[in-house]
Write a protein of this length. Structure first.
Length: 119
């Protein structure tokens, strides 16, 4: 089992920045990758960014490339999402997720943190 708790969301004006954090606990030694996903009202959940735990390989959704940066601190079992140049269309609940080495996709999810970008 892995537990995830997100923080750092809030209300920001367009063009502003926020830094999301995700604290993990439990089977952290079995993590293959961690990701950030978001879901806006009335829309499907979508992938935002991911990072592999050992190799630190990153991947981003096209619309956030160059604006968002995912990073991790293995010693603290933390994952971060630095979001710059925020746009109103970035408004959503952002959740972090864990992909264990024994699984085929993301299996554990946090409850999420609300990000609202005003125009």
């Amino acid at each position: 089992q892995v537990q995830l708790v997100e923080s750092g969301g809030g209300l920001v004006q367009a063009g502003g920045s926020l830094r999301l954090s995700c604290a993990t606990s439990g089977r952290t030694s079995s993590i293959y990758a961690m990701g950030w996903f978001r879901q806006a009202p009335g829309k499907e959940r979508e992938f935002v960014a991911s990072i592999t735990w050992t190799a630190c390989e990153t991947s981003y959704r096209g619309s956030v490339k160059g604006r968002f940066t995912i990073s991790r601190d293995n010693a603290k079992n933390m994952v971060y999402l630095q979001m710059n140049s925020l746009k109103p269309e970035d408004t959503a609940v952002y959740s972090c997720a864990v992909w264990l080495t024994t699984r085929s996709y993301y299996d554990y999810w946090g409850l999420g943190t609300q990000v609202t970008v005003s125009s």
